[in-house]
Design a protein around this ligand. Structure first.
Ligand code: NAD
Length: 346
């Protein structure tokens, strides 16, 4: 039945489990495993319908295939969703039952944190499965690596698209200062950027601004203020038919997933003269961190790998400039070439 779902996109495996005793209702999707076992976080959300949960897990697992390929780590794409309210339904029994579900796939899917799940939750899941990632104590929070990846891509974009060799003095508008955004703001402040930031959580926005010397702006205005770079780190679909004509920034680099509302927005950005760093490249630092947590932990190798994301950005920028294609479609093509080279059929 899944094959007919509009988001199916030739998934390798889609499986669901309902466990009466713990209240677990979950779906695991493995999109592609030609480059290695599927990896991706476990999202916990009170989806309105099972179909909404299925749609989300299929879309997200496909995204992980492209992210692991563009980041050049030996993994495929997968994702899990638990249909539950993370504020009220997250019990130890539910997380343990999720661990059993992951373990039952015998390594075909490796889980980690995502929205609605914390590192502590992953630790609990990990008491029941060998296939969880992200909790190595010396590795800290993988969101730091995500922020570093956004930062190095932003620096490369400023150099190539704005002719600025560093981010010093660059005006950056940051939307969302949660796990990724606030770490990015710290890096930007250290680099001497002029930061304006907004967050739906006003107290958080004020605290991050006070800590870093950034200024505050309104959540409805952050994408359209006069800035050199816009950095979305909160929501998906922020780059759309309505918002793109309002952007004053000539560069967009941020950590949020699924920033383009539709594939057409990729070309819309290009036509507007805006350099867009494909989101699955900009935010790949976190998954690269998980790769080193699962192989041999090495801060130096992790740092080099994250720096390498900027090299991939350069390659995409140059190919897009020559061909006139959108940055997103060039990045997709690079990822698909790598998947095909490993025997996959994308
Ligand atoms: P988070 O929940 O910690 O932070 C998101 C922040 O955005 C919150 O502070 C929230 O108040 C704010 N926000 C929500 N709506 C907003 C709006 N309309 N305007 C401004 N701010 C708003 O999440 P996070 O872990 O920082 O992740 C941010 C984005 O990056 C998500 O799209 C996530 O999927 C993606 N991402 C995160 C990681 C990671 O390592 N954490 C890795 C890859 C991708």
């Amino acid at each position: 039945m899944f094959q007919h779902h509009p988001s199916f996109a030739r998934h390798k495996l889609v499986t669901a489990r309902h466990d009466e005793a713990s209240g677990l209702s979950a779906i695991i999707a493995v999109h592609d495993d030609s480059r290695g076992p599927a990896i991706g976080g476990c999202r916990i959300s009170p989806y309105a319908t099972p179909d909404a949960a299925l749609n989300d897990v299929l879309r997200l697992s496909r995204g992980m295939t492209y992210k692991t390929a563009i980041a050049d780590i030996p993994y495929g794409g997968g994702k899990a969703v638990i249909i539950a309210d993370p504020r009220t339904d997250k019990t130890r029994a539910l997380l343990e039952a999720m661990g059993d579900f992951v373990e039952s796939l015998d390594g075909a899917y490796i889980t980690s944190f995502d929205s609605g799940s914390t590192l502590d939750d992953v630790r609990t899941i990990g008491t029941r499965t060998r296939f969880s990632a992200g909790t190595l104590p010396e590795a800290g929070d993988a969101s730091q690596s995500t922020a570093e990846g956004v930062f190095v891509c932003m620096r490369a974009a400023a150099e190539l698209a704005l002719g600025r060799p560093t981010l010093e003095g660059c005006r950056v508008a940051v939307q969302g200062v949660g796990n990724v955004g606030r770490r990015l703001v710290r890096l930007l402040a250290d680099a001497g950027a002029h930061i304006q930031l907004a967050d739906a959580n006003e107290n958080l926005a004020r605290a991050v601004a006070a800590e870093t010397g950034a200024s505050l702006c309104g959540v409805d205005d952050v994408h359209r203020i006069d800035a050199d770079i816009f950095s979305p780190n909160a929501l998906g679909a922020v780059l759309n038919e309505r918002s793109i004509p309002e952007l004053k920034a000539k560069v967009v680099v941020g950590g949020a997933n699924n920033q383009l509302a539709t594939p057409a927005d990729d070309l819309r950005l290009r036509a507007a003269g805006i350099t867009y760093c494909p989101d699955f490249l900009a935010n790949a630092g976190g998954i690269v961190n998980l790769h080193y947590q699962r192989s041999t932990w090495s801060p130096a190798r992790l740092g080099d790998h994250i720096e390498g994301l900027a090299g991939t950005f350069r390659e995409i920028f140059e190919t897009a400039a020559k061909s006139g294609a959108g940055m997103g479609s060039v990045a997709n093509a690079i990822a698909e070439d790598r998947i095909r080279a490993a025997g996959g059929q994308r």
